[in-house]
Design a protein around this ligand. Sequence first.
Ligand SMILES: CC(C)(COP(=O)(O)OP(=O)(O)OC[C@H]1O[C@@H](n2cnc3c(N)ncnc32)[C@H](O)[C@@H]1OP(=O)(O)O)[C@@H](O)C(=O)NCCC(=O)NCCS
Length: 177
Amino acid sequence: MNLAYYKDKYPRLGIDCYIEDSAIVKGDVTLGDDSSIWPFVAARGDVNHIRIGDRTNIQDGTVLHVTRKSESNPDGHPLLIGDDVTIGHKCMLHGCILGNRILVGMGAVIMDGVIVEDDVFIGAGSLIPPNKRLLSGYLYVGSPAKQARKLNDAELAFLKQSALNYVELKNDYLAQG
Ligand SMILES: CC(C)(COP(=O)(O)OP(=O)(O)OC[C@H]1O[C@@H](n2cnc3c(N)ncnc32)[C@H](O)[C@@H]1OP(=O)(O)O)[C@@H](O)C(=O)NCCC(=O)NCCS
């Protein structure tokens, strides 16, 4: 089974989600409607929770994890991902908060306590160090990532379109059975 318990917590899925057979989704993980999880994704909601919104896609080989609660950090770091978000291939998202309409380029690493506001594009291979805040409407690239420039209208529209493309794609896979 690619959905699994951690203690008494079992993943909760919205309507028409797609989870590819080789992915593993464990514990306190919630997916909204029409979201998709692609091959070899590991989403481990054990020492804290993972929340994923509607129409969000998590692409092949991406790792999602969280940080436990402690005396110095009573909430720990859950992982929260909003609506219409595209997470590219082989990303690492750990204990961070992402808003809506975001594209995380292939191979990006986003660390604990990072906040990514709505409508942000993160270039492939970027590394976002702990507790940084990425501002709405900008492209960020590099390791460590820096603000590169403002997004143009076509790029802002693409953030939403990318998510919709993946809704269509996962519907094909669901129909195929
Ligand atoms: C960043 C990105 C959006 C291109 O932005 P752009 O403004 O069109 O950039 P350009 O291609 O004009 O390149 C501008 C400069 O940035 C550099 N650059 C491009 N992408 C970069 C990246 N991801 N990280 C660091 N530098 C990058 C280029 O080498 C170039 O440098 P130079 O000026 O020294 O020659 C694109 O390269 C990218 O990373 N897209 C993500 C794609 C992806 O992963 N999608 C998800 C898969 S489903």
